[in-house]
Each structure stands twice: as structure tokens, then as C-alpha cells.
Design a protein around this ligand. Structure first.
Ligand code: NAP
Length: 393
């Protein structure tokens, strides 16, 4: 039985990972659960899965969780970043599923690798901000990172044991989000609730907005670079509205391998947890006849410049991708609060990137520093130039 620590257990990925564990009874034990503040849901999860350790970032919520669990619970409840660290190092887990959102997931990814734990990685921001650090540590420790993102899981499965020298190109598919086919002009009045309606996937708020701007695909290009050791020119994005082909790999002989299936994150989550073994799942079977046509288009970089920005940051390397990520997280948060219009998201990110003097080979402290810097730049820009951005509405 594999023992899992689930970081971000109350989120979309975390809840689906627990569903996988529930449906595959006897295959997994849940050693630890961690989240930010949702003590109500965490309480139910602890009662069902009885982990050894549970942690909430928020101290007050962790206290309330402990009180509500009562004395008889065998789960040790901890709080803060140290508490989350203990979920990885003190729970006796074999594998850490990182389903936290944002840069907050970077240190836990590094902690898991340092502790020699396999990482099932959904938290793409770990690789976007700290790709070099993460991959170097994984290789130094001889630990596997198994992708959970459906596109990267697809590529991982297609590549299999093919040596890197025989892989020519990665084709990352993207649904195009809720605004595919729209012009920048048509996106002027977009509200957070419109942007949160993804056509094919039900996900957390941040990734759903990133899917609407195509920044998510940009972050995934960077993620693919680190996971598969490919340069920016060998990673292409293709719009595929049906989200059936999860991604493709072109080999040097011209053969293209694709991984297909219904859009359901439980499959890549299960594969990451059972890897290298495949196990039966109760998920609905894929029916190509019912699916009908599969379409592919070029991405529209005029309307969705975030994808271009991600490629540019990747080509620059160094701290540029951490700044891209930090600025994007900060401005998406402001958009969700209704403080900036949708079309200003890439404009703000680009302004912050333009101000940044890149630093090559950053250490963790550099990444954390420039992440904070990028957020403060967003706050200043929106404060100072709020009017300028509102004309984009
Ligand atoms: N959802 C998907 O289908 C999907 C697909 C592919 C990749 N991903 C990636 O997976 C990651 C998670 O996405 P999601 O959609 O599951 O996000 P989500 O629904 O917003 O869930 C985020 C989880 O992280 C926790 N969290 C947030 N900040 C934290 C912090 N500082 N410390 C500890 N825990 C924290 C949240 O706890 P609270 O609930 O207490 O706030 C929640 O459990 C993202 O990197 C995303 O890009 C998601």
C-alpha cells in the first residue's frame, strides 16, 4: 500500500486525489493532509481518511480544527509553513501529491525532494518559478517527479522510455478557454464570473482565469521545458477545443504519439499515484464515435498575449519566469476582486517584466525576493495607473 501526503487537499486537485484514494480502497493510505484555511472540509477529510498528520497554514483555523476533532483523534494537527513541512517529513509518506496553488507550492516541492520523496506534481508554479532548482535537486536526490497536469502526464506517457535525443517536438494542447474566437475588443467588459466558466474543466479559480488568458498554457510551456528538458522552440501550443487529445509528442522520425481520453483529472492523478504501474479505474470509458470531430487551431496571440509573454520569459530564463509568475498571480487576484479589467492582466504582467533586470541562476532566496518584488510592482502599477488600466474595460 502506498502512503500519500496530499498538499492542497481541500482544492480541486486535492479533492479529486482523495476521490481516487477512496475509489481505489486498499491501494493507498493517506498519511497527511495540508491546506491553507478550509478547516470545515479538512475536518471531514480527516474523519474519513484518518491521516497521521494534518496542517493548515492559518493558525487560528488549525486551532479550531483541533478543537472540533476532539481529544480522541489520532491525527496530529499542526499549523503554519512548519506544519506543512511536517506533513511531508514526519508523516512517513512514500509520495507527496502537491496540489497547492501558486508559488506557495515551491518550498513544499523542494522539501519533498530533499526528503527523498517522489513528487506527483500538479503545482506547476514550482517549476515556473524555480524550475532549475527543482530539477537539480530531484536529480541530485535521484527522486522522480511525476506530472499531474493532464498535458504533461500525456507527454510523460507518450515519451515513456524514449531517449531525449529521439524526441523532436512537444505539442501541448489547449482548450482555448471560455473566450476562444473572441477579439480583444469583445473581451473589454468581461467579468470574473464569465471568465470563471471554463468550457471543459472544473478547476480552482486561479488556474481557470489563467486558462481564460492563455497564461496557463504559457506556464505549461515553461513546466514542459523543465520536466522534459526541451527548449522553447521545440514546444508548440495547439488549440484543441474538445480537450480529448491531452498532448502529443513528435519523434525524430516524424511519428507523432498522442494520449487521448475524456477530460477528467482523476486519470492523470491516478496514473501519477500508481506509476509505474497502471491499475483499473472506474472512470467513464472514452468513446471516439460519440466524441465526434477533433479540431486543432493556431493560438491567437493578438487577443491572448500572455502566451507570448511566457515564451519570452522562458527564453530569457533566470528570474524572469519567477517574475512572470508572481506578477500574474498578483494581477489575477486583483481581477478576481474586480479591481482591474480582464484585458489589463497581460498588460500589467508585461509592464512588470519590462522593469525587471534579469538574474541568472537564482537560488531560492532570490526567487522568493523577486516574486515579492513582482507583486509589489503590480500593486504600485494598479494603484498609480488604475485609470490607465480601466480604459481597457
Ligand atoms: N484543478 C485542476 O484541474 C488542475 C489541473 C492541472 C493543474 N492544476 C494545478 O494544480 C494546482 C492546484 O490547482 P487547483 O485548481 O486544485 O487549486 P484550488 O482549487 O484553488 O486549490 C488550492 C489548494 O491549495 C491550498 N492552498 C492555497 N494556498 C496555500 C498555502 N499558502 N499553503 C497551503 N495550502 C494552500 C488551498 O487551501 P484552502 O482551500 O484552504 O484555501 C487548496 O487546498 C495549481 O498549481 C494548478 O495550476 C490544477
Amino acid at each position: 500500500m502506498k502512503s500519500i501526503a496530499i498538499l492542497g487537499s481541500t482544492g480541486s486537485i486535492g479533492r479529486q486525489a482523495l476521490q481516487v484514494a477512496r475509489e481505489m480502497e486498499g491501494e493507498f493510505s493517506v498519511a497527511a493532509l495540508a491546506a491553507r484555511e478550509n478547516d470545515g472540509l479538512m475536518l471531514k477529510q480527516i474523519r474519513e481518511f484518518k491521516p497521521k498528520v494534518a496542517a493548515l497554514l492559518d493558525e487560528g483555523r488549525a486551532r479550531r480544527l483541533k478543537e472540533n476533532l476532539g481529544e480522541s483523534s489520532r491525527t496530529v494537527v499542526l499549523s503554519g509553513e512548519e506544519g506543512i513541512k511536517s506533513c511531508i517529513t514526519e508523516s512517513g509518506c512514500d509520495i507527496v501529491l502537491n496540489g497547492m496553488v501558486g508559488i506557495a507550492g515551491l518550498v513544499p516541492t523542494l522539501t519533498a525532494l530533499e526528503a527523498g520523496k517522489s513528487v506527483a506534481l500538479a503545482n506547476k508554479e514550482s517549476l515556473v518559478a524555480g524550475g532549475q532548482l527543482v530539477m537539480d535537486l530531484a536529480s541530485r536526490k535521484g527522486v522522480k517527479i511525476i506530472p499531474v497536469d493532464s498535458e504533461h502526464s500525456a507527454i510523460f506517457q507518450c515519451i515513456g522510455s524514449t531517449p531525449p535525443s529521439q524526441v523532436k517536438r512537444l505539442l501541448l494542447t489547449a482548450s482555448g478557454g471560455p473566450f476562444r474566437g473572441k477579439s480583444r475588443e469583445e473581451l473589454k467588459g468581461v467579468t470574473p464570473s464569465q471568465a470563471l466558466k471554463h468550457p471543459n474543466w472544473k478547476m480552482g479559480k486561479k488556474i481557470t482565469i489563467d486558462s481564460a488568458t492563455l497564461m496557463n498554457k504559457g506556464l505549461e510551456v515553461i513546466e514542459a521545458k523543465w520536466l522534459f528538458g526541451m527548449d522553447a522552440d521545440s514546444i508548440e501550443v495547439v488549440i484543441h477545443p474538445q480537450s480529448i487529445v491531452h498532448s502529443m509528442v513528435e519523434m525524430v522520425d516524424g511519428s507523432v504519439l498522442a494520449q487521448l481520453g475524456n477530460p477528467d483529472m482523476r486519470l492523470p492523478i491516478q496514473y501519477a499515484l500508481t506509476y509505474p504501474v497502471r491499475m483499473p479505474s472506474g472512470l467513464p470509458r472514452f468513446n471516439p464515435v460519440e466524441t465526434g470531430k477533433l479540431e486543432f487551431f493556431r493560438p491567437d496571440l493578438e487577443t491572448f498575449p500572455s502566451l507570448r509573454l511566457a515564451y519570452e520569459a522562458l527564453r530569457e530564463g533566470g528570474t524572469m519566469t519567477a517574475v512572470l509568475n508572481g506578477a500574474n498571480e498578483a494581477v489575477v487576484e486583483l481581477f478576481l476582486k474586480g479591481a482591474v479589467p480582464f484585458n489589463s492582466i497581460p498588460v500589467v504582467v508585461e509592464k512588470v517584466l519590462e522593469k525587471h533586470n534579469n538574474h541568472k541562476n537564482p537560488c531560492l532566496d532570490d526567487i522568493i525576493y523577486w516574486d515579492g518584488w513582482s507583486r509589489s510592482q503590480v500593486a504600485q502599477l494598479v494603484d498609480k495607473d488604475g485609470g490607465e488600466f480601466w480604459h481597457l474595460r
